[in-house]
Write a protein that binds this ligand. Structure first.
Ligand SMILES: [Zn+2]
Ligand SMILES: [Zn+2]
Length: 299
């Protein structure tokens, strides 16, 4: 018996509904690099699960981008809700927003200190930033502002090793080592949520540990550089990029083995090439789903 069109539409809707609003979303707060691209804030990704948010990296613009995502309807990214953050490594493009993340939500009356996870050196960085704002903190705490909800000098820093570094009733976060040039410690992160497995590369050269962590994961967010753009870079910069980052073709090979449901490119070093060319290069080595992310994209 043939079903009438309306009944088919309703049936499709019912089947589709459980997937219409996943509990977990990947919000690209910043997809940039050290390049001062006005359309791309510094690297920062928010994993949002229900009303909770977890940041990976905090580049320039992180708090403003979170506010923009909230304005676009993702309430979990309210500034006061920025309480957990995981650093992949301490390169400045990934950490320039740390003072913002410590201080701005505090001024706006976040109810508890920031919890930070990341490599050795993160505690020193947080301590130095707090010290750098000594005069600001004195004036804000004694100069007439209403009483704040926590001590701004307290940042709960956890210097981590590879393994499970965080768990609550929504996520299990696993840090894994990646190879990023001369950095003694650089991490990727794997988020297991109630409905998705999300893997974030951070900055890395081609590294088989990313495939091991993904293995048909739902979303693999990976850094990348354009081979066409690379070919036109000065030789001394080529040597640097090849040591620290992953080319389009290398990433295509990694994704072919890891088989994510969706590959998301971020921290794109495109240089004199184009985003279309970047995608074409990845696709020449990978036939799965791939997108090149922009700030405030949601996956
Ligand atoms: Zn970077
Ligand atoms: Zn880096």
């Amino acid at each position: 018996m043939r079903m009438p069109a309306v009944a088919v539409a309703i049936a499709v809707l019912i089947v589709a509904l459980p997937h219409a609003q996943p509990r977990s979303r990947v919000v690209m707060l910043g997809t940039g690099t050290p390049n001062a691209d006005p359309d791309r804030s510094g690297p920062s990704i928010a994993i949002v699960v229900d009303d909770a948010s977890y940041l990976v990296d905090f580049g320039v613009g992180v708090v403003r981008r979170a506010a923009a995502a909230e304005r676009a309807g993702i309430q979990a990214l309210n500034v006061l809700n920025l309480k957990q953050a995981f650093a992949t490594h301490l390169h400045s493009d990934h950490t320039l927003g740390l003072a913002d993340l410590i201080l701005t939500p505090w001024i706006l009356e976040r109810d508890a200190p920031l919890n930070l996870y990341g490599p050795r050196g993160l505690r020193l960085m947080a301590n130095h930033l707090v010290a750098a704002y000594t005069d600001d903190l004195r004036v804000r705490t004694t100069g007439g502002e209403p009483k704040h909800k926590h001590d701004p000098r307290v940042v709960n820093v956890h210097e981590i090793a590879p393994g499970v570094v965080f768990r609550d009733d929504r996520v299990t976060v696993t840090a894994f080592a990646v190879k990023h040039g001369a950095w003694p410690q650089a991490f990727g992160y794997r988020f297991q949520t109630p409905d998705r497995t999300i893997v974030i590369s951070g900055d890395t050269g081609p590294d088989s540990r990313i495939e091991d962590q993904c293995r048909r994961c739902d979303v693999l967010v990976h850094e990348v550089y354009s081979e066409a753009g690379f070919a036109r870079r000065p030789a001394e910069w080529q040597a640097y990029h090849a040591r620290y980052h992953t080319s389009t073709r290398e990433l295509g090979a990694i994704a072919s083995r890891a088989q994510p449901r969706l590959l998301v490119l971020y921290h794109q070093l495109i240089w004199s090439s184009t985003e279309d060319e970047l995608l074409a290069e990845v696709r020449s080595a990978y036939d799965g789903n791939v997108v090149s992310a922009h700030d405030l994209d949601v996956f």
